[in-house]
Design a protein around this ligand. Structure first.
Ligand SMILES: NC(=O)c1ccc[n+]([C@@H]2O[C@H](COP(=O)([O-])OP(=O)(O)OC[C@H]3O[C@@H](n4cnc5c(N)ncnc54)[C@H](OP(=O)(O)O)[C@@H]3O)[C@@H](O)[C@H]2O)c1
Length: 235
């Protein structure tokens, strides 16, 4: 497995939920971290070893990714991995009469990450074992409710992003993995009440899954990891 120490990892949406748990876990494993959030003062992680920076990153801001990559290189001189974690779930009902939530979800769940990948790919190629972990969703794997058409479509697009990275990066040692969780206990699902006997998984579980995917060697490419909180025929 790849060593964790001395590798530089960027994580988007590191201020809460899955991104926050991932940042804490990777810090304990000894990585250098470049943490992105819309409000950096919300990233409640301390660093006394000069191994962590906090950078402003807004998925909807077209200049944000370039700046974040530059800041990361200024501090650490290289990039070995990117965790595309930030995302929004606004539904996007088939029967709705606006397109605003569709635009927002495509911007945050697909186009923002796409811009970040474009800005960081050259550095990941130089690494020789660059990793991109894309936090997608089981909503990017199969249909669910017609009221979630927008979210699901943006996450299907996000799956395509992982696949494009896999194809483009292979010869330079880049490996990309889609981590696709079912229901996770974060602010995103605060208002969802699960039926008796069903679960919301803890965000720490997804953090551990991301950490595992980051350490797979070039010889063991894992395109997708599906993690469900309930029984479904296919996964
Ligand atoms: N929770 C689930 O059941 C579940 C299931 C499958 C997949 N996922 C995926 O997991 C990822 C993390 O979600 P979570 O469950 O941890 O939810 P969360 O607690 O709601 O966190 C979402 C994160 O995305 C950030 N974000 C939202 N809009 C942004 C923007 N325009 N620019 C930059 N960052 C932005 C948020 O930052 P702010 O604090 O600034 O809003 C926050 O850090 C998402 O991609 C989500 O789709 C979640």
């Amino acid at each position: 497995m790849l060593a964790t120490k001395k590798r530089v990892i960027m994580i988007s949406g590191a201020n809460r939920g899955i991104g926050f748990e991932t940042a804490k876990l990777l810090q304990n494993k000894g990585y250098f971290l470049s943490l992105g959030a819309r409000k950096t003062d919300e990233i409640n992680i301390k660093d006394d070893k000069n191994k962590l920076i906090k950078c402003e990153w807004d998925a909807k801001d077209k200049n944000s990714s370039k700046k974040w990559v530059e800041q990361t290189l200024n501090s650490f001189g290289k990039i070995d991995g990117v965790v595309l974690n930030a995302g929004v779930e606004l539904g996007g009902d088939l029967d709705g009469d606006t397109e605003e939530e569709f635009d927002e979800m495509f911007e945050v769940n697909f186009k923002g990450p796409l811009r970040l990948v474009r800005e960081s790919m050259a550095e990941l190629r130089k690494s020789g074992s660059g990793r991109i972990i894309n936090v997608v969703s089981l909503a990017g794997k199969r249909p669910r409710k017609s009221t979630m058409l927008g979210y699901s479509a943006s996450k299907f697009a996000s799956m395509s992003l992982t696949n494009a990275i896999r194809l483009s990066g292979w010869n330079d040692g880049i490996r990309a993995t889609s981590v696709c969780p079912g229901m996770v206990k974060t602010r995103m699902t605060d208002e969802v009440i699960v039926p008796e006997g069903h679960f919301k998984m803890e965000p720490e579980v997804i953090a551990q899954t991301i950490a595992y995917a980051l350490t797979l060697p070039n010889s063991a490419a894992v395109a997708e990891i599906l993690v469900n909180s309930r029984l479904e025929d296919m996964f």
